[in-house]
Design a binder for this molecule. Structure first.
Ligand SMILES: [Zn+2]
Length: 120
């Protein structure tokens, strides 16, 4: 038994077989592969978020950058939202139920309709 070199290749990081274990490269090739490409590589969709840099409000679909601005508030939208925020109005912006103004309040969630303050 010689000392085996366990080596992974860059694509291991986004392969569903990659073990994320220092003692095991992957479940298919415990000792790693000897070439720069693995014939058993299977892309792990859950690894994609870590592998690809995504600008705010955008996502990669099939390798194409898709802008989805509605998913994130831009700074301007945030400022506009503040005008209707219960911290100023004392009312839920969704159902207009009153939300008590308390200095100690941190979360401005509406107990009436379930609106959650995610703007701050
Ligand atoms: Zn409400």
């Amino acid at each position: 038994m010689g000392l085996s070199i366990r080596r992974k290749i860059p694509e291991c990081d986004c392969c569903i077989f990659y073990a994320h274990d220092p003692h095991l490269v992957c479940t298919v090739h415990p000792e790693g592969v000897s070439s720069d490409a693995c014939s058993d590589f299977e892309h792990d969709p859950t690894a994609e978020a870590e592998e690809l840099w995504e600008p705010e409000g955008a996502s990669y679909y099939n390798g194409e950058l898709i802008l989805a601005p509605e998913q994130r508030w831009t700074l301007l939208e945030k400022l506009a939202l503040l005008d209707s925020h219960p911290i100023f109005t004392g009312r839920c912006p969704n159902c207009e139920a009153g939300i008590a103004l308390e200095n100690s309040r941190v979360h401005w969630d509406c107990g009436h309709c379930g609106w959650k303050d995610d703007s701050l």
